[in-house]
Design a protein around this ligand. Structure first.
Ligand code: NDP
Length: 281
C-alpha cells in the first residue's frame, strides 16, 4: 500500500482526551459544565445506536447529558414544545435531534426551531449562512472533522483542487465552503454530473460523501491525491466507505479508512461544538 492513513480514530481520541481535561478544569473551578440534550423520537435501530454512542462519549468527557426519548407517535407540536423548553434551559448548551424523524414531523421546522447558539449539529440556516459568509458559526460536525484531520496531518489546502462528490446540506455543501474558505479551488459533483471520473481525476483532494459503496475507484484518482471517505455503507461483509480502499490506497498519498476515519471525528466535533457553546456562558 502506498498511501498513508489519516487515522481518525487516533485524532478523535486526542480531541476527546483534551475535552475531558478541559471539563475537569471547568469543574475544579466551579464553572458551568457543558450540557447536551439528545432527542430521540421513535425506535429506529441505527438512530438508537448513534444516540447511545453520543451519550457514552458525553459521559466520558464529563458533560451533563440529558436524553429525551419520545414515542414514534410524537406530534410535531409536542416536539416543538420540547425544543422550546430546551432552548430556554440554561443547563443545556447543545440540542441534538437525532434524524430521521417520523413522517408526521417536518424535519426542517424542527431544526429551524433550535436556537442557533445551541445548534451543535450546525444545521440551522443561520449557522449555515454564517459559515458561507465566513462569519462565526457552529460548523456541522462531519465537515468540521474533515478540516480538523487535514490540519492534524498538515495537509496543504491552499491552491489545491478539491473535488467534493455529494451536495447534501450536512456534508457536501458545507465541506465545499470550508475548503473554499481555506483557498482551495473547489468543484462540487452530484448525481447529474457528467463524466464524474474525469473530474475526480483532476483532484488533489477528493471528498466522497455519496452513500454508494466503493464507487470511487483507483482509476478515478490522481497519483498522490488526498482521499477523504465520508461514506458509511453497511454491506454483508461489514462497513465500507464510498471509496474502494484497497485500490485507491495504491495511488493516493493519504486516505481515511472506513471505519476509523471520518466517523470518530464527527462525534469528537459534536463534543467540541458543545464545549465551545458551554464556554460562552
Ligand atoms: P445524501 O444522500 O444526503 O447525499 C448524497 C449525495 O450524493 C447527493 O448530493 C447525490 O446527488 C450524490 N450522489 C448520489 N449518487 C451519485 C452518483 N452516482 N454520482 C455522483 N453523486 C451522486 O447523503 P449524505 O451527504 O447525508 O451522506 C453521504 C454518505 O456519508 C452516506 O454514506 C452517509 O451514511 C455518510 N455519512 C457519514 C458521516 C460520518 O460521520 N462519517 C456523517 C454523515 C453522513 P444529488 O444531490 O444529485 O441527489
Amino acid at each position: 500500500m502506498k498511501a498513508h492513513i489519516l487515522d481518525g480514530k487516533k485524532v478523535a481520541a486526542d480531541v476527546v482526551a483534551s475535552i475531558k481535561k478541559e471539563v475537569e478544569e471547568i469543574k475544579a473551578q466551579g464553572k458551568h459544565v457543558p450540557g447536551l440534550a439528545v432527542v430521540l423520537v421513535g425506535e429506529n435501530p441505527a438512530s438508537k445506536v448513534y444516540v447511545g454512542q453520543k451519550e457514552k462519549k458525553c459521559k466520558e468527557v464529563g458533560f451533563n447529558s440529558f436524553l429525551h426519548k419520545l414515542p414514534a407517535s410524537t406530534t410535531e407540536e409536542e416536539l416543538l414544545k420540547l425544543i422550546d423548553t430546551l432552548n430556554n434551559d440554561r443547563a443545556i448548551d447543545g440540542i441534538l435531534v437525532q434524524l430521521p424523524l417520523p413522517e408526521q414531523i417536518n424535519t426542517d421546522k424542527v431544526l429551524m426551531a433550535i436556537a442557533p447558539s445551541k445548534d451543535v449539529d450546525g444545521f440551522h440556516p443561520v449557522n449555515m449562512g454564517n459559515l458561507v459568509t465566513g462569519l462565526p458559526a457552529v460548523h456541522p460536525c462531519t465537515p468540521k472533522g474533515i478540516m480538523y484531520i487535514l490540519d492534524a496531518y498538515n495537509i496543504d489546502i491552499e491552491g489545491k483542487h478539491a473535488v467534493v462528490v455529494g451536495r447534501s446540506n450536512i456534508v457536501g455543501k458545507p465541506i465545499a465552503h470550508l475548503l473554499l474558505d481555506r483557498n482551495a479551488t473547489v468543484t462540487i459533483c452530484h448525481s447529474r454530473t457528467k463524466d464524474l471520473a474525469a473530474i475526480v481525476r483532476q483532484a488533489d483532494i477528493v471528498v466522497a460523501a455519496v452513500g454508494r459503496p466503493r464507487m470511487i475507484t483507483a482509476s478515478m484518482v490522481k497519483e498522490g491525491a488526498v482521499v477523504i471517505d465520508v461514506g458509511i455503507n453497511r454491506l454483508e461483509d461489514g462497513l465500507v466507505g464510498d471509496v474502494d480502499f484497497e485500490g485507491v490506497a495504491e495511488v493516493a498519498s493519504w486516505i481515511t479508512p472506513v471505519p476509523g476515519g471520518v466517523g470518530p471525528l464527527t462525534i469528537a466535533m459534536l463534543l467540541q461544538n458543545a464545549l465551545e457553546a458551554g464556554l460562552k456562558k
